[in-house]
Design a protein around this ligand. Structure first.
Ligand code: SF4
Ligand code: SF4
Length: 201
C-alpha cells in the first residue's frame, strides 16, 4: 500500500508543476482525426432529394416528406439519432449529396438544432398527378445520359425547362390520352398508356 500512495503523491506534485494531463475541452476545441466519422451534413447543391439515403439509414434517422400541393420534397436529418455508420454517404446517388464530417461536439439542449434538411421541387405526372421524383433528380439523370436523354420525353422536357421552352401551364389531357400527349411529363404508368393507346387500341 505504501508504494501506490507514493506514486499518487509523485503524480500530484508533477501535475502541480506541469499542469493536468487532460485537455481543457470544450473550452479549447480538439480537432478529430481526418478519418473520424462525425455528423453527416447535406450539400444542397449535390443532393437531388432522390431518397436513397432514407432507405438505407439503419437508424431511421432520415425522413422523406412530400408535399404534393406545394410541389416540395424535404429530406430531414436528425443528427441526435445518428449512429455515424456512413451508409448515407456510401449509398448517395450523386456521391456528393451527404458527407460525414469530423464534427463530434454535438450536444445541445435545443433538439431543433440537431435537425438539418434539404428541400427540392417535386416532379408531378401531368396525367395522373403521381409523384415521379424531384426535378433535380431527373435533371441529374439527363445530364449523365447526355444526348440519350432525348429518347425519353420526361427527361428531355426537364432538361429543356432550364431554357424556358416548356409551357408550364399546359392543361392535363381532357379525356383519355392521344398521340400528342407523348410529349409530356408523365409517370411510367401514364407513359405506357399513352404509348399503347394508339399503337394497340
Ligand atoms: S450516418 Fe448512418 S445513421 Fe447517420 S444518417 Fe447516415 S445512414 Fe443514418
Ligand atoms: S442525392 Fe444523396 S443525399 Fe440526396 S437524397 Fe439522394 S441519396 Fe440522399
Amino acid at each position: 500500500m505504501k508504494y501506490p500512495k507514493l506514486r499518487e503523491l509523485k503524480e500530484a506534485i508533477r501535475a502541480l508543476i506541469t499542469g493536468p494531463c487532460t485537455i481543457n475541452f470544450p473550452k479549447i476545441p480538439r480537432p478529430a482525426p481526418a478519418n473520424f466519422r462525425g455528423a453527416p451534413r447535406f450539400d444542397p447543391d449535390g443532393c437531388v432529394a432522390c431518397g436513397a439515403c432514407v432507405q438505407v439509414c439503419p437508424a431511421n434517422d432520415l425522413t422523406l416528406i412530400d408535399d404534393v400541393k406545394e410541389r416540395k420534397r424535404r429530406i430531414v436529418l436528425d443528427i441526435s439519432g445518428c449512429i455515424f455508420c456512413g451508409q448515407c454517404e456510401a449509398c448517395c446517388t450523386t456521391g456528393t449529396g451527404i458527407k460525414l464530417t469530423t464534427e463530434y461536439d454535438l450536444a445541445t439542449l435545443d433538439r431543433t438544432k440537431s435537425l438539418e434538411e434539404v428541400e427540392k421541387e417535386l416532379l408531378i405526372c401531368d396525367g395522373c398527378g403521381a409523384i415521379i421524383t424531384t426535378v433535380d433528380h431527373v435533371r441529374w439523370i439527363a445530364e449523365r445520359l447526355g444526348e440519350k436523354a432525348y429518347a425519353n420525353p420526361t427527361l428531355m422536357l426537364c432538361a429543356l425547362k432550364d431554357l424556358s421552352l416548356i409551357d408550364e401551364d399546359r392543361p392535363p389531357p381532357a379525356k383519355g390520352y392521344s398521340r400528342a400527349d407523348r410529349i409530356r411529363i408523365l409517370c411510367p404508368r401514364c407513359r405506357r398508356e399513352v404509348t399503347l393507346v394508339e399503337d394497340y387500341a
